[in-house]
Design a protein around this ligand. Sequence first.
Ligand code: FES
Length: 119
Amino acid sequence: MGWITVAKVEELKEPGSYKAVEIDEERIAVFNVEGRYYAIQDVCTHDGGILTGGEVHGKVITCPRHGAQFDLTTGAVLRMPAVEPIQTYPVRIQGDEVQVLLEAEAEAGAGAEGDEDEL
Ligand code: FES
């Protein structure tokens, strides 16, 4: 899948701002954390809650459902009840666009589709 444009730099200019998008049924959110951009899968690993809309303080987001906290820069769990980290994605700026790398997802998809009776 490669690099996908998810926002214009202008939309995420303010530290603390974010944008959530859906790409191939995956919810992805990009955050401006103190002037740098980080992308996560916008799904809490505790019980599948949507993370965006939860409070963000610096690099910490709090799940609005039961209060689990995650580090937006690494995906690490900072507070229960979640125990699994959230997925993060590389982010780059191309011109005035914020792009997210979704390559690993594409590879996983291709592998899962493998069919043994090719010939
Ligand atoms: S769904 Fe996020 S803490 Fe429960």
